[in-house]
Design a protein around this ligand. Structure first.
Ligand SMILES: C[S@@+](CC[C@H](N)C(=O)[O-])C[C@H]1O[C@@H](n2cnc3c(N)ncnc32)[C@H](O)[C@@H]1O
Length: 287
């Protein structure tokens, strides 16, 4: 399991929680999934409760008990106040989820400590800690799985005549005229939280056949979470992350390009960037 020293870089201030609350795709997907997975009488544990909104959805769905764990003091206080104001029967615990001892039986674990690429946040580490200290019957995890893909792109990094290659986020439901996909995405990772080993790293060594001429200067990271499979899948496609390549290259339709990277879940974006490597394997014939 990965351990990071020093002050946590993954602190999310309350004003960014408001942005999460304003994200209709995220909120709608979680509300729908919690309404399907949490049954009257369910014992629910939420790790990383934030403002408490998902614990609220669980209480509304009729959970018999909801325990919500949050590490950040001001966020914990906001969650405690709001859940109490709603009259929700939720026990809010101020603790680090990695050292929290779960109750003997949990039916549903809700954990949304997710960031595109599984970067920055400690979803994998927190669920790993839960699994190593929990001996009860297997709970349902929400989300239950994460699928990740990478795509070579030509990205316009010029802003008001000023060019700077900086990582950027994109709403996947919006048109992205600054991005030209050069090949379809390639899935490099896919795993379930409640079954099998959790990944120790996020790594790709993918080959793509380029579909159009352009400048390969970035990759797009794509992360989709399966919130639940039953009775019907509820998915949450996260904002894309476009990451510049250290050395852009011209590519031609028909070229095969290789893209590699490796980092640990919870690492920062610069650690992905430092490991990012691309090359043209077999140039297309001219003429
Ligand atoms: C992405 S937010 C999601 C909050 C909430 N579940 C929601 O969906 O709105 C993740 C939350 O996990 C909390 N968190 C991060 N690491 C934690 C840890 N080790 N233990 C407990 N909470 C943690 C953060 O402070 C933040 O409030």
């Amino acid at each position: 399991m990965v351990h990071h020293k020093g002050s946590p870089a993954d602190v999310i201030p309350l004003q960014y929680h408001a942005q999460m609350l304003l994200d209709d795709r995220r909120m709608g997907a979680f509300q729908a999934a919690i309404g399907r997975v949490v049954r009257p009488g369910s014992r629910v544990l939420e790790l990383g409760a934030g403002t408490g909104v998902l614990a609220h959805f669980a209480a509304v769905a009729g959970a018999a008990s909801v325990i919500a764990v949050e590490r950040e003091p001001s966020v914990y206080q906001a969650a405690s106040r709001s859940l109490a104001a709603h009259g929700d029967d939720v026990v809010v615990v101020h603790a680090d989820a990695r050292s929290f001892t779960p109750p003997p039986v949990v039916d549903v674990v809700i954990c949304e400590m997710l960031h595109v690429g599984l970067l920055r946040e400690r979803q994998v580490e927190v669920i790993g800690a839960f699994l190593s200290s929990y001996a009860g019957p297997p709970p349902a995890f929400l989300p239950c799985a994460t699928i990740q893909a990478v795509q070579p792109v030509a990205q316009d990094f010029t802003f008001y005549g000023y060019t700077v290659a900086a990582p950027l986020f994109q709403d996947p439901s919006a048109a992205q005229p600054r991005t030209t996909p050069l090949a379809p995405p390639s899935i490099f990772q896919s795993f379930f939280y409640g079954a099998g080993a959790l990944p120790a790293e996020c790594a790709a060594d993918a080959r793509f056949v380029v579909q159009r001429d352009g400048e390969l200067n970035a990759v797009r990271m794509i992360t989709k979470n399966l919130l639940t499979e039953e009775p019907a899948p509820v998915e949450w496609l996260m904002n894309y992350l476009v990451v510049p390549l250290p050395a852009p290259m011209r590519v031609t339709a028909g070229d095969t390009v290789r893209i590699r990277f490796a980092y640990r879940p919870g690492d920062e974006i610069p650690e992905l960037m430092a490991s990012l490597y691309a090359e043209v394997l077999s140039p297309a014939r001219s003429g």
